[in-house]
Design a protein around this ligand. Sequence first.
Ligand SMILES: Cc1ncc(COP(=O)(O)O)c(C=O)c1O
Length: 451
Amino acid sequence: MPIEVSSSSALYSDHVNPQWVKLLDVLGMNVRYTRCSGSELFTEDGNCVLDFLSGYCVHNIGHNHPSVVAALKEELDRSGPAMLQSHVPEAAGELAARLCKLAGGRLSKVFFASSGSEGVEGAIKFARAHTGRSGLLYTEGAFHGLTCGALSLMGNQFWREGFGPMLPGAEQIPFEDAQSLEAKLSTRQFAAFILEPVQAEGGIRIPHHDYLQTAQQLCKKYGTLFVLDEVQTGMFRTGAFLAAHHYDLDPDIVVLAKALSGGLIPIGAVLMSDEVYESVYNSLKRAIIHTSTYSENGLAMRAGLATLEVLETDNLGRRAIDIGDELRRQLREALSGYEMVRDIRGLGLLSGIEFQAPSKISLRVAFEAFQRIHPGLFGQMVVMRMFRDERILTQVCGNNFMVLKLAPPLIVEEAQIDQFVGAMGRVVELIHSSSTFWSDALDLARRALNF
Ligand SMILES: Cc1ncc(COP(=O)(O)O)c(C=O)c1O
């Protein structure tokens, strides 16, 4: 049954974000979902869409996990002290203890926030307070969030345009380049080097083990805090609780968010060492020197505890590794020989299919025409085909439009992996063999321009 496009977005369009509605309309992805469960999204017209995006790594335990839903109901039913701002929220202590135990190393204190960006803002402030320095180093391709401080740690002009000036002292270095890192760090002006251990929006870029180890050692040598943004990679997404664990790292600060509350309540967490904590909250006068109204709210804390319980009890980290390896094995087999497929890579259940410009002349002409219209057009066509033809939700990486990001819930079933690989094979075949793919794309571009 063809998937039906929603026609009832008027209030949202009038009062929230009309451009978003238009974009979804152009892509044929403005669909009304009535129920979401596990890895499946059910639409009003009776279709079922397989989720391979997970709200950008939010739904690690699947949509509306019954244990998290029950924990939230229980918290509401007990009518406890929510948002008093004048008591000790014990669930926050419980969740912090559990996070620190799972994270290990020197991470022993937690500041709770309500989003990844807010967590990154906290990390910036804590690093500056701890070191007495203002400089901030980040890598090319990074995505750290869209509030002003976090945005200052992202070099892509697309996100920045019109929002400047950025934070002074923030400087970009190439990804995976220890020499550039040392050249900057040796000036001893930098409070923090902040990076994603695996760049998600940058194109599922997985650095070499030695680079991250060297980066950590260099930070130590020059007195700069080593800060890991694990907003997408944390919570067992790559198999380990933190991607840092694959690299035996011992960071000073780690930022978590997204999957931490089971995808139901806004949350963020900044894990840090005692030393960092003590340089910020170092007297009674400064007991709440950095805080945020909703940061330790009971619903988020309960959701966090219930989510960790599911992740650990169901051993979803192990599952992410096994299923992720299997997904990439099957994809490599199915997509080998297609000239536009450049690479298939990933860690755990964070994978990417990198496409490249074709060399065959017939394909190249069409591809280059696309690139001239918009560099993201080819990727969006793949996303649209996967959605409309195959009922699978995916997206390209925000800072690399040629990489299709694959991040299903960690509970994804083997049959759903098979379903995805079959679908991807058909779409890649269509790209290489049929003019329909390219003519539809030009039609889409025309419609987008007419809006
Ligand atoms: C690695 C990373 N850091 C930070 C953020 C910002 O998180 P939020 O959107 O919750 O503010 C994101 C969002 O996608 C992210 O991918």
